[in-house]
Design a protein around this ligand. Structure first.
Ligand code: MCA
Ligand code: AMP
Length: 500
Protein backbone atom coordinates (compact mmCIF):
# COMPACT_ATOMS: atom_id res chain seq x y z
CA UNK A 1 0.00 0.00 0.00
CA UNK A 2 1.60 3.31 -0.99
CA UNK A 3 0.73 6.81 0.11
CA UNK A 4 2.92 9.38 -1.66
CA UNK A 5 3.23 11.97 1.10
CA UNK A 6 3.04 9.66 4.09
CA UNK A 7 5.74 7.38 2.70
CA UNK A 8 8.10 10.31 2.14
CA UNK A 9 7.41 12.58 5.12
CA UNK A 10 6.24 10.41 7.98
CA UNK A 11 6.87 6.68 7.51
CA UNK A 12 10.69 7.05 7.47
CA UNK A 13 10.56 8.32 11.07
CA UNK A 14 8.80 5.36 12.73
CA UNK A 15 11.96 4.50 14.64
CA UNK A 16 13.64 7.90 14.57
CA UNK A 17 14.43 9.04 18.11
CA UNK A 18 15.72 12.45 17.02
CA UNK A 19 13.79 15.48 18.19
CA UNK A 20 11.29 16.77 15.66
CA UNK A 21 9.63 19.59 17.63
CA UNK A 22 10.82 21.56 20.64
CA UNK A 23 7.88 23.41 22.13
CA UNK A 24 7.80 26.69 24.08
CA UNK A 25 7.73 24.90 27.45
CA UNK A 26 10.87 22.97 26.49
CA UNK A 27 9.06 19.71 25.71
CA UNK A 28 10.83 17.68 23.03
CA UNK A 29 8.67 15.65 20.68
CA UNK A 30 10.70 12.95 18.97
CA UNK A 31 10.01 11.93 15.40
CA UNK A 32 8.95 8.44 16.57
CA UNK A 33 6.46 9.81 19.10
CA UNK A 34 5.13 12.19 16.45
CA UNK A 35 4.49 9.24 14.10
CA UNK A 36 2.59 7.47 16.92
CA UNK A 37 0.49 10.55 17.54
CA UNK A 38 -0.30 10.82 13.85
CA UNK A 39 -1.60 7.23 13.97
CA UNK A 40 -3.73 7.91 17.06
CA UNK A 41 -5.27 10.93 15.38
CA UNK A 42 -5.79 8.94 12.18
CA UNK A 43 -7.98 6.59 14.25
CA UNK A 44 -9.94 9.59 15.53
CA UNK A 45 -10.52 10.74 11.95
CA UNK A 46 -11.60 7.26 10.90
CA UNK A 47 -13.94 6.98 13.89
CA UNK A 48 -15.46 10.32 12.90
CA UNK A 49 -16.32 8.78 9.54
CA UNK A 50 -13.52 10.39 7.52
CA UNK A 51 -12.72 8.42 4.37
CA UNK A 52 -10.12 9.01 1.65
CA UNK A 53 -10.99 12.18 -0.26
CA UNK A 54 -13.10 13.65 2.58
CA UNK A 55 -12.25 17.13 3.80
CA UNK A 56 -11.09 17.76 7.36
CA UNK A 57 -11.32 21.43 8.36
CA UNK A 58 -8.92 22.58 11.05
CA UNK A 59 -9.10 25.98 12.73
CA UNK A 60 -6.90 25.28 15.69
CA UNK A 61 -4.14 26.82 17.80
CA UNK A 62 -0.55 26.18 16.80
CA UNK A 63 0.12 22.95 18.70
CA UNK A 64 1.94 19.69 18.14
CA UNK A 65 -1.45 17.99 17.81
CA UNK A 66 -2.39 20.38 15.02
CA UNK A 67 0.72 19.30 13.09
CA UNK A 68 -0.03 15.65 13.87
CA UNK A 69 -3.56 16.21 12.61
CA UNK A 70 -2.12 17.21 9.24
CA UNK A 71 -0.13 13.97 9.28
CA UNK A 72 -3.27 12.05 10.26
CA UNK A 73 -5.22 13.53 7.37
CA UNK A 74 -2.44 12.39 5.04
CA UNK A 75 -2.40 8.91 6.61
CA UNK A 76 -6.17 8.43 6.28
CA UNK A 77 -6.13 9.80 2.73
CA UNK A 78 -8.25 12.79 3.73
CA UNK A 79 -7.93 16.32 2.38
CA UNK A 80 -6.53 18.70 5.01
CA UNK A 81 -8.10 22.14 5.09
CA UNK A 82 -6.44 24.55 7.53
CA UNK A 83 -8.07 27.91 8.31
CA UNK A 84 -6.70 31.13 9.75
CA UNK A 85 -7.57 31.34 13.45
CA UNK A 86 -8.52 34.99 12.93
CA UNK A 87 -11.46 34.17 10.64
CA UNK A 88 -14.88 35.24 11.89
CA UNK A 89 -17.97 33.10 11.88
CA UNK A 90 -19.25 34.65 8.68
CA UNK A 91 -15.96 33.82 6.90
CA UNK A 92 -15.97 30.28 8.33
CA UNK A 93 -19.52 29.76 7.19
CA UNK A 94 -18.45 30.19 3.57
CA UNK A 95 -15.51 27.76 3.81
CA UNK A 96 -17.45 25.08 5.63
CA UNK A 97 -20.42 25.28 3.29
CA UNK A 98 -18.17 25.22 0.22
CA UNK A 99 -15.89 22.39 1.33
CA UNK A 100 -18.57 20.22 3.00
CA UNK A 101 -16.17 18.58 5.45
CA UNK A 102 -16.88 15.41 7.41
CA UNK A 103 -15.00 16.77 10.41
CA UNK A 104 -14.23 20.25 11.73
CA UNK A 105 -11.63 20.66 14.48
CA UNK A 106 -11.78 24.01 16.29
CA UNK A 107 -11.05 25.75 19.54
CA UNK A 108 -13.63 24.80 22.19
CA UNK A 109 -14.59 28.49 22.44
CA UNK A 110 -15.99 28.36 18.90
CA UNK A 111 -17.53 24.90 19.05
CA UNK A 112 -21.16 26.01 19.38
CA UNK A 113 -20.92 28.67 16.69
CA UNK A 114 -19.22 26.27 14.28
CA UNK A 115 -21.65 23.46 15.03
CA UNK A 116 -24.43 25.88 14.10
CA UNK A 117 -22.83 26.37 10.68
CA UNK A 118 -22.22 22.68 10.02
CA UNK A 119 -24.80 20.36 8.55
CA UNK A 120 -25.75 17.14 10.28
CA UNK A 121 -23.16 15.18 8.30
CA UNK A 122 -20.30 17.15 9.83
CA UNK A 123 -18.84 16.29 13.21
CA UNK A 124 -17.17 19.00 15.34
CA UNK A 125 -14.27 18.21 17.68
CA UNK A 126 -12.23 20.56 19.82
CA UNK A 127 -8.58 21.39 20.41
CA UNK A 128 -7.88 24.20 22.88
CA UNK A 129 -4.75 26.32 23.26
CA UNK A 130 -3.66 24.20 26.26
CA UNK A 131 -3.92 21.04 24.15
CA UNK A 132 -7.10 19.76 25.80
CA UNK A 133 -10.35 18.99 24.01
CA UNK A 134 -12.30 16.13 22.54
CA UNK A 135 -9.73 15.57 19.80
CA UNK A 136 -6.81 14.89 22.12
CA UNK A 137 -8.87 12.92 24.65
CA UNK A 138 -10.16 10.65 21.91
CA UNK A 139 -6.67 10.27 20.44
CA UNK A 140 -5.14 9.32 23.80
CA UNK A 141 -7.33 6.23 23.88
CA UNK A 142 -6.38 5.06 20.38
CA UNK A 143 -3.81 2.61 19.07
CA UNK A 144 -0.43 3.97 17.96
CA UNK A 145 -0.58 2.01 14.71
CA UNK A 146 -2.86 2.80 11.81
CA UNK A 147 -3.15 1.07 8.44
CA UNK A 148 -2.13 3.84 6.04
CA UNK A 149 -4.66 4.56 3.27
CA UNK A 150 -3.42 4.18 -0.29
CA UNK A 151 -2.96 7.53 -2.05
CA UNK A 152 -1.23 8.26 -5.30
CA UNK A 153 0.63 11.33 -6.53
CA UNK A 154 -2.46 12.88 -8.11
CA UNK A 155 -4.79 12.38 -5.16
CA UNK A 156 -5.67 15.49 -3.17
CA UNK A 157 -3.84 16.08 0.10
CA UNK A 158 -4.93 19.60 0.97
CA UNK A 159 -7.38 22.33 0.13
CA UNK A 160 -6.14 25.84 0.85
CA UNK A 161 -8.47 28.77 0.49
CA UNK A 162 -7.04 31.86 -1.08
CA UNK A 163 -9.01 35.06 -1.45
CA UNK A 164 -9.75 36.29 -4.90
CA UNK A 165 -10.21 39.49 -6.83
CA UNK A 166 -13.94 38.75 -7.10
CA UNK A 167 -14.22 38.77 -3.31
CA UNK A 168 -15.01 35.05 -3.15
CA UNK A 169 -12.31 32.78 -1.74
CA UNK A 170 -11.21 29.88 -3.88
CA UNK A 171 -10.07 26.50 -2.58
CA UNK A 172 -6.78 25.56 -4.20
CA UNK A 173 -6.62 21.77 -4.57
CA UNK A 174 -3.13 20.49 -3.78
CA UNK A 175 -2.17 16.94 -4.67
CA UNK A 176 0.36 14.70 -2.93
CA UNK A 177 2.70 15.28 -5.88
CA UNK A 178 2.29 19.07 -5.72
CA UNK A 179 3.40 19.12 -2.10
CA UNK A 180 6.10 16.48 -2.24
CA UNK A 181 7.79 17.69 -5.42
CA UNK A 182 8.11 21.18 -3.96
CA UNK A 183 9.45 19.97 -0.60
CA UNK A 184 12.03 17.85 -2.43
CA UNK A 185 13.19 20.80 -4.54
CA UNK A 186 13.52 23.07 -1.51
CA UNK A 187 15.36 20.56 0.67
CA UNK A 188 17.81 20.05 -2.15
CA UNK A 189 18.20 23.72 -3.03
CA UNK A 190 18.45 25.07 0.51
CA UNK A 191 20.46 22.03 1.66
CA UNK A 192 18.17 21.33 4.59
CA UNK A 193 19.50 18.41 6.63
CA UNK A 194 18.91 16.58 9.90
CA UNK A 195 21.57 18.77 11.54
CA UNK A 196 19.41 21.84 10.96
CA UNK A 197 17.45 23.55 13.71
CA UNK A 198 14.68 25.60 12.16
CA UNK A 199 13.00 28.43 14.04
CA UNK A 200 9.31 28.08 13.26
CA UNK A 201 7.42 31.25 14.20
CA UNK A 202 4.89 31.31 11.32
CA UNK A 203 1.27 30.25 11.48
CA UNK A 204 0.57 26.71 10.28
CA UNK A 205 -2.60 27.45 8.32
CA UNK A 206 -0.81 28.78 5.24
CA UNK A 207 1.59 27.35 2.69
CA UNK A 208 4.63 29.09 4.19
CA UNK A 209 4.45 27.74 7.75
CA UNK A 210 2.81 24.43 6.88
CA UNK A 211 4.34 23.21 3.66
CA UNK A 212 7.50 25.25 3.08
CA UNK A 213 8.64 24.92 6.69
CA UNK A 214 7.18 21.66 7.97
CA UNK A 215 7.22 19.47 4.85
CA UNK A 216 10.88 20.30 4.28
CA UNK A 217 11.75 19.65 7.94
CA UNK A 218 9.95 16.30 7.87
CA UNK A 219 11.60 15.32 4.62
CA UNK A 220 15.06 16.17 5.92
CA UNK A 221 14.48 14.95 9.50
CA UNK A 222 15.42 18.39 10.82
CA UNK A 223 14.85 19.76 14.33
CA UNK A 224 12.13 22.40 14.57
CA UNK A 225 11.89 24.96 17.36
CA UNK A 226 8.14 25.21 17.19
CA UNK A 227 6.88 28.53 18.60
CA UNK A 228 3.19 28.87 19.42
CA UNK A 229 3.29 32.44 18.09
CA UNK A 230 5.71 35.02 16.78
CA UNK A 231 7.55 36.51 19.76
CA UNK A 232 10.57 38.70 19.15
CA UNK A 233 12.19 37.94 22.53
CA UNK A 234 11.84 34.22 21.91
CA UNK A 235 13.43 34.68 18.50
CA UNK A 236 16.42 36.42 20.06
CA UNK A 237 16.67 33.64 22.65
CA UNK A 238 16.59 30.86 20.02
CA UNK A 239 18.69 32.26 17.21
CA UNK A 240 22.03 31.49 18.94
CA UNK A 241 21.25 27.74 18.95
CA UNK A 242 19.56 27.53 15.54
CA UNK A 243 20.64 27.29 11.92
CA UNK A 244 17.61 28.29 9.87
CA UNK A 245 14.82 30.90 9.93
CA UNK A 246 11.90 31.13 7.53
CA UNK A 247 9.91 34.32 7.82
CA UNK A 248 7.88 37.01 6.14
CA UNK A 249 9.62 40.40 5.64
CA UNK A 250 8.01 41.75 8.85
CA UNK A 251 10.19 39.27 10.81
CA UNK A 252 13.31 40.85 9.37
CA UNK A 253 12.09 44.43 9.84
CA UNK A 254 11.40 43.66 13.50
CA UNK A 255 14.76 41.93 14.01
CA UNK A 256 16.50 44.95 12.51
CA UNK A 257 14.56 47.33 14.73
CA UNK A 258 16.15 45.66 17.76
CA UNK A 259 19.68 46.49 18.94
CA UNK A 260 20.21 42.84 19.98
CA UNK A 261 20.67 41.85 16.33
CA UNK A 262 24.38 41.54 15.61
CA UNK A 263 26.98 39.21 14.09
CA UNK A 264 27.68 37.45 17.38
CA UNK A 265 23.99 36.54 17.82
CA UNK A 266 23.74 34.79 14.44
CA UNK A 267 27.01 32.81 14.66
CA UNK A 268 25.30 29.41 14.35
CA UNK A 269 22.80 30.51 11.70
CA UNK A 270 23.24 29.03 8.25
CA UNK A 271 20.36 30.59 6.36
CA UNK A 272 17.72 33.30 6.68
CA UNK A 273 14.85 32.88 4.20
CA UNK A 274 12.18 35.45 3.37
CA UNK A 275 9.00 35.17 1.34
CA UNK A 276 5.23 35.71 1.05
CA UNK A 277 5.68 39.45 0.43
CA UNK A 278 8.31 41.70 -1.15
CA UNK A 279 11.47 42.17 0.90
CA UNK A 280 12.62 45.76 0.50
CA UNK A 281 16.15 46.00 -0.90
CA UNK A 282 17.04 48.36 1.97
CA UNK A 283 16.07 45.67 4.53
CA UNK A 284 18.19 43.13 2.64
CA UNK A 285 21.17 45.47 2.71
CA UNK A 286 20.70 46.57 6.31
CA UNK A 287 20.45 42.94 7.42
CA UNK A 288 23.66 42.08 5.66
CA UNK A 289 25.42 45.07 7.24
CA UNK A 290 24.31 44.05 10.73
CA UNK A 291 24.72 40.26 10.52
CA UNK A 292 26.91 39.44 7.54
CA UNK A 293 24.05 37.29 6.17
CA UNK A 294 22.37 37.86 2.84
CA UNK A 295 18.71 36.95 3.26
CA UNK A 296 17.61 34.38 0.69
CA UNK A 297 14.38 35.64 -0.88
CA UNK A 298 12.05 33.23 -2.60
CA UNK A 299 8.67 33.61 -4.29
CA UNK A 300 5.58 31.45 -4.14
CA UNK A 301 1.82 31.26 -4.14
CA UNK A 302 -0.77 29.07 -2.50
CA UNK A 303 -1.72 27.62 -5.91
CA UNK A 304 1.83 26.80 -6.88
CA UNK A 305 3.83 26.32 -3.69
CA UNK A 306 7.27 27.82 -4.24
CA UNK A 307 8.11 29.03 -7.73
CA UNK A 308 11.51 30.71 -7.64
CA UNK A 309 14.36 31.09 -5.19
CA UNK A 310 17.58 32.98 -4.94
CA UNK A 311 20.50 30.56 -4.95
CA UNK A 312 21.93 28.96 -1.83
CA UNK A 313 25.35 29.16 -3.34
CA UNK A 314 25.72 32.04 -5.73
CA UNK A 315 24.55 35.59 -5.61
CA UNK A 316 21.41 36.47 -3.63
CA UNK A 317 20.38 39.72 -5.19
CA UNK A 318 18.28 42.19 -3.23
CA UNK A 319 15.01 43.00 -4.96
CA UNK A 320 14.95 39.78 -6.99
CA UNK A 321 13.30 36.45 -6.25
CA UNK A 322 15.85 34.32 -8.05
CA UNK A 323 15.53 31.46 -10.49
CA UNK A 324 12.77 28.97 -11.27
CA UNK A 325 13.02 25.96 -8.96
CA UNK A 326 14.24 22.75 -10.59
CA UNK A 327 11.30 21.08 -12.36
CA UNK A 328 9.39 24.37 -12.50
CA UNK A 329 9.09 26.47 -15.66
CA UNK A 330 8.58 30.21 -15.42
CA UNK A 331 7.68 32.42 -18.37
CA UNK A 332 6.91 36.12 -18.52
CA UNK A 333 4.05 36.84 -20.90
CA UNK A 334 2.06 39.59 -22.50
CA UNK A 335 -1.40 38.41 -23.50
CA UNK A 336 -0.16 34.85 -23.22
CA UNK A 337 2.90 35.40 -25.45
CA UNK A 338 6.39 35.18 -23.93
CA UNK A 339 8.17 38.54 -23.82
CA UNK A 340 11.89 39.18 -24.31
CA UNK A 341 14.27 39.18 -21.32
CA UNK A 342 14.10 42.53 -19.52
CA UNK A 343 10.51 43.20 -20.56
CA UNK A 344 7.69 43.35 -18.04
CA UNK A 345 4.87 40.84 -18.24
CA UNK A 346 2.74 38.42 -16.26
CA UNK A 347 4.57 35.65 -14.43
CA UNK A 348 3.27 32.24 -15.48
CA UNK A 349 4.37 28.94 -14.02
CA UNK A 350 4.14 25.24 -14.90
CA UNK A 351 5.38 22.14 -13.12
CA UNK A 352 4.58 19.40 -10.62
CA UNK A 353 4.18 22.15 -8.01
CA UNK A 354 1.15 23.69 -9.75
CA UNK A 355 -2.23 22.90 -8.18
CA UNK A 356 -5.07 20.81 -9.59
CA UNK A 357 -7.58 23.65 -9.91
CA UNK A 358 -10.09 25.42 -7.69
CA UNK A 359 -12.55 23.38 -5.64
CA UNK A 360 -16.06 23.55 -7.14
CA UNK A 361 -14.99 26.33 -9.53
CA UNK A 362 -14.20 24.87 -12.94
CA UNK A 363 -14.77 28.23 -14.67
CA UNK A 364 -12.29 30.01 -12.34
CA UNK A 365 -9.81 27.20 -12.90
CA UNK A 366 -10.15 27.61 -16.65
CA UNK A 367 -9.58 31.37 -16.34
CA UNK A 368 -6.30 31.02 -14.47
CA UNK A 369 -4.87 27.65 -15.49
CA UNK A 370 -4.12 27.31 -19.19
CA UNK A 371 -4.66 24.08 -21.14
CA UNK A 372 -0.89 24.04 -21.56
CA UNK A 373 -0.53 23.65 -17.78
CA UNK A 374 0.73 27.21 -17.20
CA UNK A 375 -0.83 29.01 -14.23
CA UNK A 376 -1.27 32.78 -14.47
CA UNK A 377 -0.04 34.19 -11.18
CA UNK A 378 -1.37 37.74 -11.57
CA UNK A 379 2.11 38.97 -10.54
CA UNK A 380 4.08 41.18 -12.90
CA UNK A 381 7.74 40.46 -13.37
CA UNK A 382 10.83 40.65 -15.53
CA UNK A 383 13.37 37.97 -16.25
CA UNK A 384 17.03 38.64 -16.92
CA UNK A 385 18.95 36.94 -19.73
CA UNK A 386 20.07 34.23 -17.35
CA UNK A 387 16.58 33.54 -15.94
CA UNK A 388 16.64 35.61 -12.76
CA UNK A 389 13.14 36.88 -11.91
CA UNK A 390 12.21 40.19 -10.31
CA UNK A 391 8.65 40.98 -9.28
CA UNK A 392 7.75 44.51 -10.30
CA UNK A 393 4.06 44.71 -9.47
CA UNK A 394 0.74 42.93 -9.40
CA UNK A 395 -1.95 42.76 -12.02
CA UNK A 396 -4.37 41.60 -9.32
CA UNK A 397 -5.83 44.08 -6.85
CA UNK A 398 -4.15 42.66 -3.76
CA UNK A 399 -2.76 44.05 -0.52
CA UNK A 400 -0.13 42.01 1.35
CA UNK A 401 0.00 42.96 5.02
CA UNK A 402 2.57 41.18 7.17
CA UNK A 403 2.49 38.26 4.71
CA UNK A 404 -1.31 37.95 4.80
CA UNK A 405 -3.12 38.45 1.51
CA UNK A 406 -6.03 40.82 1.60
CA UNK A 407 -8.25 41.30 -1.44
CA UNK A 408 -9.86 44.79 -1.42
CA UNK A 409 -13.02 43.51 -3.13
CA UNK A 410 -13.89 41.35 -0.13
CA UNK A 411 -13.69 44.38 2.20
CA UNK A 412 -15.47 46.71 -0.24
CA UNK A 413 -18.33 44.19 -0.46
CA UNK A 414 -18.75 44.26 3.32
CA UNK A 415 -18.59 48.08 3.51
CA UNK A 416 -20.94 48.57 0.56
CA UNK A 417 -23.55 46.39 2.29
CA UNK A 418 -23.84 48.94 5.10
CA UNK A 419 -26.99 51.06 4.92
CA UNK A 420 -26.03 54.64 4.11
CA UNK A 421 -22.83 53.78 2.21
CA UNK A 422 -22.91 54.66 -1.48
CA UNK A 423 -19.59 53.14 -2.49
CA UNK A 424 -16.09 52.44 -1.26
CA UNK A 425 -12.56 51.77 -2.45
CA UNK A 426 -10.12 49.76 -0.35
CA UNK A 427 -6.43 50.15 -1.09
CA UNK A 428 -3.02 49.47 0.41
CA UNK A 429 -0.46 52.04 1.50
CA UNK A 430 3.13 51.50 2.64
CA UNK A 431 3.45 50.48 6.28
CA UNK A 432 6.79 50.29 8.12
CA UNK A 433 6.02 47.02 9.96
CA UNK A 434 3.54 45.13 7.78
CA UNK A 435 4.84 46.33 4.39
CA UNK A 436 1.37 47.45 3.41
CA UNK A 437 -1.73 48.32 5.39
CA UNK A 438 -5.39 48.64 4.52
CA UNK A 439 -7.23 51.94 4.03
CA UNK A 440 -10.84 52.49 2.95
CA UNK A 441 -12.20 55.55 1.16
CA UNK A 442 -15.97 55.78 1.50
CA UNK A 443 -18.65 57.87 -0.18
CA UNK A 444 -21.72 58.19 2.01
CA UNK A 445 -25.36 58.28 1.05
CA UNK A 446 -26.26 59.07 4.65
CA UNK A 447 -23.92 61.75 5.95
CA UNK A 448 -24.83 61.07 9.57
CA UNK A 449 -23.11 57.66 9.39
CA UNK A 450 -19.90 57.77 11.45
CA UNK A 451 -16.60 56.01 10.97
CA UNK A 452 -17.04 54.28 14.34
CA UNK A 453 -20.36 52.84 13.23
CA UNK A 454 -18.86 51.64 9.96
CA UNK A 455 -15.90 50.02 11.74
CA UNK A 456 -18.23 48.32 14.22
CA UNK A 457 -20.33 46.90 11.38
CA UNK A 458 -17.26 45.65 9.49
CA UNK A 459 -15.73 43.94 12.55
CA UNK A 460 -17.91 40.83 12.88
CA UNK A 461 -17.63 40.05 9.17
CA UNK A 462 -13.90 40.14 8.58
CA UNK A 463 -10.82 38.80 10.33
CA UNK A 464 -9.06 41.52 12.32
CA UNK A 465 -6.02 41.69 10.04
CA UNK A 466 -8.32 42.67 7.13
CA UNK A 467 -9.90 45.62 8.96
CA UNK A 468 -9.05 48.98 7.42
CA UNK A 469 -6.58 50.79 9.67
CA UNK A 470 -8.05 54.06 8.53
CA UNK A 471 -11.37 55.13 7.01
CA UNK A 472 -11.59 58.23 4.86
CA UNK A 473 -14.95 59.82 4.09
CA UNK A 474 -14.82 61.50 0.71
CA UNK A 475 -17.28 63.19 -1.65
CA UNK A 476 -16.32 61.09 -4.66
CA UNK A 477 -13.86 58.38 -5.65
CA UNK A 478 -11.29 59.31 -8.32
CA UNK A 479 -12.11 57.55 -11.58
CA UNK A 480 -10.48 57.31 -14.99
CA UNK A 481 -12.31 57.93 -18.25
CA UNK A 482 -13.47 54.29 -18.27
CA UNK A 483 -15.11 54.84 -14.88
CA UNK A 484 -12.58 52.64 -13.05
CA UNK A 485 -11.57 53.75 -9.56
CA UNK A 486 -7.98 55.01 -9.60
CA UNK A 487 -6.49 53.40 -6.51
CA UNK A 488 -3.07 54.80 -7.37
CA UNK A 489 -4.53 58.30 -6.94
CA UNK A 490 -5.93 57.30 -3.54
CA UNK A 491 -2.57 55.78 -2.55
CA UNK A 492 -0.80 58.98 -3.48
CA UNK A 493 -3.29 61.11 -1.59
CA UNK A 494 -3.47 59.07 1.59
CA UNK A 495 -0.25 57.05 1.66
CA UNK A 496 2.80 57.83 3.77
CA UNK A 497 3.79 60.71 1.53
CA UNK A 498 0.25 61.76 0.72
CA UNK A 499 -0.68 65.34 1.42
CA UNK A 500 -4.09 64.61 2.92
C1 MCA B 1 -1.49 40.70 13.07
N1 MCA B 1 -2.22 41.82 12.90
C2 MCA B 1 -2.12 42.20 11.64
C3 MCA B 1 -1.30 41.24 11.02
N2 MCA B 1 -0.92 40.34 11.94
N3 MCA B 1 -2.66 43.23 10.97
C4 MCA B 1 -2.38 43.34 9.69
N4 MCA B 1 -1.59 42.45 9.02
C5 MCA B 1 -1.04 41.40 9.66
N5 MCA B 1 -0.27 40.52 9.02
C6 MCA B 1 -2.96 42.59 13.88
C7 MCA B 1 -3.79 41.78 14.84
O1 MCA B 1 -5.08 41.60 14.36
C8 MCA B 1 -3.77 42.65 16.08
O2 MCA B 1 -4.65 43.74 15.91
C9 MCA B 1 -2.39 43.22 16.06
O3 MCA B 1 -1.98 43.22 14.69
C10 MCA B 1 -1.40 42.40 16.86
O4 MCA B 1 -1.60 41.03 16.61
P1 MCA B 1 -0.50 39.94 16.90
O5 MCA B 1 -1.08 38.60 16.70
O6 MCA B 1 0.20 40.24 18.19
O7 MCA B 1 0.49 40.23 15.72
P2 MCA B 1 1.88 39.63 15.53
O8 MCA B 1 2.06 38.38 16.31
O9 MCA B 1 2.86 40.69 15.75
O10 MCA B 1 1.78 39.18 14.01
C11 MCA B 1 2.47 39.76 13.00
C12 MCA B 1 3.04 38.64 12.10
C13 MCA B 1 1.86 37.81 11.61
C14 MCA B 1 4.00 37.78 12.90
C15 MCA B 1 3.77 39.32 10.98
O11 MCA B 1 0.94 38.63 10.90
C16 MCA B 1 2.31 36.64 10.77
O12 MCA B 1 2.66 35.60 11.32
N6 MCA B 1 2.31 36.79 9.44
C17 MCA B 1 2.70 35.73 8.55
C18 MCA B 1 1.58 35.37 7.65
C19 MCA B 1 1.93 34.17 6.76
O13 MCA B 1 2.28 33.11 7.23
N7 MCA B 1 1.85 34.34 5.43
C20 MCA B 1 2.18 33.32 4.50
C21 MCA B 1 1.02 33.08 3.58
P3 MCA B 1 -5.29 44.54 17.10
O14 MCA B 1 -4.26 44.67 18.17
O15 MCA B 1 -5.69 45.83 16.48
O16 MCA B 1 -6.43 43.68 17.50
S1 MCA B 1 1.50 31.87 2.34
C22 MCA B 1 1.99 32.83 1.06
O17 MCA B 1 1.87 34.02 1.11
C23 MCA B 1 2.70 32.26 -0.14
C24 MCA B 1 2.39 30.86 -0.46
C25 MCA B 1 4.20 32.37 0.10
O18 MCA B 1 4.90 32.77 -0.83
O19 MCA B 1 4.63 32.07 1.22
P1 AMP C 1 -0.92 33.74 -1.51
O1 AMP C 1 -2.01 34.00 -2.46
O2 AMP C 1 -1.26 33.98 -0.07
O3 AMP C 1 -0.38 32.43 -1.73
O4 AMP C 1 0.20 34.81 -1.82
C1 AMP C 1 0.89 34.75 -3.01
C2 AMP C 1 1.34 36.10 -3.43
O5 AMP C 1 2.29 36.61 -2.50
C3 AMP C 1 2.06 36.07 -4.74
O6 AMP C 1 1.18 36.03 -5.84
C4 AMP C 1 2.88 37.33 -4.67
O7 AMP C 1 2.09 38.45 -5.06
C5 AMP C 1 3.20 37.42 -3.19
N1 AMP C 1 4.58 36.97 -2.89
C6 AMP C 1 5.02 35.80 -2.40
N2 AMP C 1 6.36 35.81 -2.25
C7 AMP C 1 6.78 37.03 -2.67
C8 AMP C 1 8.04 37.68 -2.77
N3 AMP C 1 9.17 37.08 -2.38
N4 AMP C 1 8.08 38.92 -3.27
C9 AMP C 1 6.96 39.55 -3.66
N5 AMP C 1 5.74 39.00 -3.58
C10 AMP C 1 5.64 37.77 -3.09
Amino acid sequence: MTNTLYDALIAPHVENDDVFLTLDDGTNVTYASFVSRVAQLAHVLEDAGVKPGDRVVVQAPKLMDAVALYGAAVQTGAVYLPLNTAYTQSELSYFITDAAPILVVCDARHEKAIAAICGENTKVMTLAKDGTGTLSTSADACSRCFPTAARGPDDLAALLYTSGTTGRSKGAMMSHKNLLSNAESLVDLWQIAKQDRLIHALPIFHTHGLFVALNTALLAGAHVRFMAAFDIDMLFAEIPSSTLLMGVPTFYTRLLDDPRLNKELVKTMRLFISGSAPLLAEIHTAFEDRTGHRILERYGMTETNMITSNPYQGERLAGTVGYALPGTEVVITDNGKPVAPGEIGMIEVRGDNVFQGYWNMPEKTAEELRDTGFFMTGDLGVMSDDGRVSIVGRQKDLIISGGYNIYPKEIEDVINEIDGVRESAVFGVAHPDFGESVLAAIVLEDRTLTIDTIAALVAPNLARFKHPRRYIITDALPRNTMGKVQKNVLREAYGENGST
